[in-house]
Write a protein that binds this ligand. Structure first.
Ligand code: IMP
Ligand code: MG
Length: 174
């Protein structure tokens, strides 16, 4: 698209997600992993990642929707649960799948809620990380790419609910 500059191509995304899938397959070999997708942005990452996990791992999916922003492009620090998980996670190995970690507010809030439900473990996998913007310290075990402090879109990431379906990560041209 004319007004969008590609930052990470489709090929690069798929290659890196496959690597993460391989790593997760080794780490969870013989176990069951409950992948929790943070809607809506996480769905593209969740589907690609889950398909690249080996059959030696049992994969279960659940979904949660939280909102941290409204339509602002800056984190408000206020996180709201819009849709909760369908099933309990007690005793399970949970893998939170995110599109991007920016301030860390969303993830840190989510992890607190989920720990209260007594899972066996919680790990985090994010497609993108913007470490320069971190406000709250969060432990990210699996990260696709680090990105600079620019507003990115595509592969699940939106600008006012648009552009999530682009098969690459891009940014608006100035
Ligand atoms: P955090 O709570 O500040 O870490 O923000 C996390 C959420 O903000 C992500 O799950 C995204 O929905 C959104 N977000 C943060 N940075 C961007 C961006 O560059 N583009 C699109 N959405 C973003
Ligand atoms: Mg968003």
């Amino acid at each position: 698209m004319d007004n969008i500059e590609v930052m990470i191509s489709t090929e690069e995304l798929y290659a890196r997600i496959a690597e993460l899938g391989k790593q997760i397959s080794e780490d969870y070999k013989g176990k069951t992993v409950k992948m929790i997708c943070v809607l809506k942005g996480g769905i593209y990452m969740l589907t690609e990642l889950s398909k690249s996990i080996s059959e030696d791992v049992k994969v279960q999916l659940d979904f949660m929707a939280v909102s941290s922003y409204g339509s602002e492009q800056v984190s408000s620090g206020i996180v709201k649960i819009i849709k909760d998980l369908d099933e309990p996670i007690e005793g399970q190995d949970v893998l939170i799948v995110e599109d991007i970690i920016d301030s860390g507010n969303t993830l840190s809030y989510l992890e607190n809620i989920l720990w209260d439900r007594k899972p066996n473990s919680i790990a985090v996998c994010t497609l993108l990380d913007k470490p320069s913007r971190r406000v709250v310290d969060v432990d990210v075990k699996y990260c696709g790419f680090q990105v600079p402090d620019v507003f990115v879109l595509g592969f699940g990431l939106d600008v006012d609910q648009n552009y999530r379906n682009l098969p690459y990560i891009g940014r608006m041209k100035e």
